[in-house]
Design a protein around this ligand. Structure first.
Ligand code: A5P
Length: 227
C-alpha cells in the first residue's frame, strides 16, 4: 500500500527539476497526480509551464489544478516528463501500466529530454517482475492470438476488467492483458519478443528510459540517477 505522504513529498522534490518556460510531460496515477497538483500551486504563484497529459484522467486533473495544457503535436520535444512507476530496478529500468496509461506514458516519456519518476520505496525491486505483473496493451481483435502467444512465453495473461466486471478499455480504445510473471531473467529479450507479436501495442517495460527516480523512503526523498 502506498502511503498518502509519499506522493506529496516526491512531488514537492520533483518541482526542483522544473524551470520557468518549460514544457512538461504529465504522467498518470497517484504519484503523477500529486505532482500535477503541486505544479498547479506553482502555476498559481506565477510559474509559466505547459503540460502534455498522458491520459484523460490527467487532462481533467491538470485542468482543475490550473496547469495549461498543449497537445504533443503542439509541444514538439518536451523538456522533462514526470510519472510514477510500479517497479523500479537498480539500473532504473521500470515496469509501468498498473494504471492503464502505459502507451501514452511511453510516448510522452520518449518525447522528453529527461524522464523523472516518482515512487515510494516499496516500488524498488532487485529484478523486474518481482511484483508478479506485467501489463500489455493489445488491439481487441488480437485477443485470442495474444493470449496463446503470451502464454507460450511463460506469462499468464488475464484480461483486465473494471470494478463493475466490464472489460477495461484504455484511452486508445484498446484492452490490457495483465500478465502474471516471475522475476524476469531477460527483460530486454522479453520486451523485443512481445512487441513483435501481432496486435501488441505496448508493454509496461520501460527499459533505459528513466534518467532519475525520486524515492520516498520513510521521511526523506532519495534521488537515484542513471549513470
Ligand atoms: C499508469 O499507467 C501507471 O504507469 C502509473 O504510472 C503507475 O501505475 C504508478 O501509479 P501510482 O503512482 O498510482 O502507484
Amino acid at each position: 500500500m502506498v502511503s498518502d505522504i509519499a506522493p506529496r513529498a516526491t512531488a514537492r522534490r520533483a518541482l526542483d527539476f522544473v524551470k520557468d518556460g518549460q514544457t512538461l510531460g504529465l504522467g498518470s496515477g497517484r504519484a503523477a497526480a500529486a505532482f500535477v497538483e503541486a505544479l498547479g500551486e506553482r502555476v498559481g504563484a506565477g510559474l509559466r509551464v505547459r503540460g502534455v497529459p498522458t491520459s484523460v484522467a490527467t487532462v481533467e486533473l491538470a485542468t482543475k489544478a490550473g496547469v495549461p495544457l498543449v497537445t504533443l503535436a503542439e509541444a514538439g520535444e518536451l523538456d522533462i516528463a514526470f510519472d510514477g512507476a510500479d517497479e523500479v530496478a537498480p539500473n532504473l529500468d521500470l515496469i509501468k501500466g498498473y494504471g492503464g496509461a502505459l502507451v501514452r506514458e511511453r510516448i510522452v516519456a520518449a518525447s522528453a529530454r529527461r524522464f523523472v519518476v516518482l515512487v515510494g520505496a516499496e516500488k524498488l525491486v532487485s529484478t523486474l517482475g518481482e511484483r508478479g505483473k506485467l501489463p500489455i496493451e493489445i488491439v481487441p481483435y488480437a485477443l485470442p492470438l495474444a493470449r496463446r502467444q503470451l502464454a507460450a512465453l511463460d506469462l499468464v495473461p488475464v484480461l483486465r476488467t473494471r470494478a463493475d466486471g466490464a472489460t477495461y478499455v484504455t484511452d486508445n480504445g484498446n484492452w490490457i492483458l495483465d500478465c502474471g510473471t516471475r522475476p524476469l531473467a531477460d527483460a530486454a529479450g522479453l520486451e523485443r519478443t512481445v512487441r513483435a507479436l501481432p496486435g501488441v501495442v505496448g508493454t509496461g517495460l520501460f527499459l533505459g528510459m528513466a534518467h532519475a527516480v525520486l524515492v520516498q523512503d520513510g521521511t526523506r526523498v532519495r534521488v537515484l540517477e542513471r549513470t
